[in-house]
Design a protein around this ligand. Structure first.
Ligand SMILES: Nc1ncnc2c1ncn2[C@@H]1O[C@H](COP(=O)(O)OP(=O)(O)OP(=O)(O)O)[C@@H](O)[C@H]1O
Ligand SMILES: [Mg+2]
Length: 215
């Protein structure tokens, strides 16, 4: 029997990290190499996923909108609940591996660390939204947020509502991510300032070891 957090045949893998740490890039590379090995995966992101969650994403990231911290929390959780119920859990139940860019840890880092919302009620509310679904593996791309923003500037991308927060906010986010990662074995911390090919190799090896665990 496969030993994993989800209890499903498919593995649930999440990517976390500050803005511009490389989540989308590393994810793309990982999926390409898994597919070359004949392993297909379902790729989703947060906030986002099914159409209702993608609409919530545009509300959340719109720099024109003033959103209170509690509203922000509820919107992230609303988006996550639909993504889990409609996309992630059904796939895992069918034995499909799921890779998600951001998940509950982003709420802990941004809404508890960044916004200062109280830990216990936020964690309880998140657990209600996910039905207790915890990733088998969380890859934390650790990077100085200033470097992440420098990368995004080079990409020429406009900043979204969250990215427009002060650098001290993003430093707190990084700090909470590292604290979370020091507390549980499901995290795999990658120095995202390292050479990209090395990061990809480390990530691929770790993901393969999770996906290929005896079922
Ligand atoms: N290891 C790396 N070294 C230098 N640049 C990188 C590295 N990894 C990714 N990049 C570049 O940094 C930029 C941000 O990467 P990416 O969009 O993957 O980050 P992200 O974590 O998904 O960001 P966001 O939080 O905005 O979704 C991209 O232009 C990407 O090509
Ligand atoms: Mg991205």
């Amino acid at each position: 029997m496969k030993s994993c957090n989800t209890g499903f045949l498919g593995s649930f893998i999440t990517f976390e990290g500050v803005e511009g740490a490389g989540k989308s890039t590393r994810c793309r590379k990982l999926i390409r190499s898994l597919e070359r090995s004949g392993i297909s995966v379902l790729h989703t992101r947060e906030p986002g996923g099914p159409p209702a969650s993608e609409r919530i994403r545009s509300l959340l990231l719109d720099p024109e909108l003033l959103v209170s911290p509690l509203t922000e929390l509820m919107l992230y959780l609303a988006s996550r609940a639909s993504n889990v119920d409609l996309v992630i859990r059904p796939a895992l139940q069918e034995g499909i591996n799921v890779i998600c860019e951001r998940y509950s840890d982003a709420t802990f880092a941004y809404q508890i660390g960044g916004r200062g919302l109280p830990e216990k009620p936020v964690k309880d509310a998140d657990s209600l939204a996910t039905g207790g679904l915890v990733p088998d593996l969380t890859i934390l791309l650790d990077l100085d947020p200033e470097e992440g923003f420098a990368r995004l500037r080079r990409q020429g991308r406009e900043k979204d509502r969250i990215e427009l927060e002060k650098i001290s906010f993003h430093r707190r986010v990084r700090q909470i991510y590292l604290e979370l990662a020091s507390m549980e074995a499901r995290y795999f911390v990658i120095d995202a300032a390292q050479e990209p090919d090395l990061q990809d190799r480390l990530i691929e090896n770790r993901v393969m070891s999770i996906i290929l665990r005896q079922k």
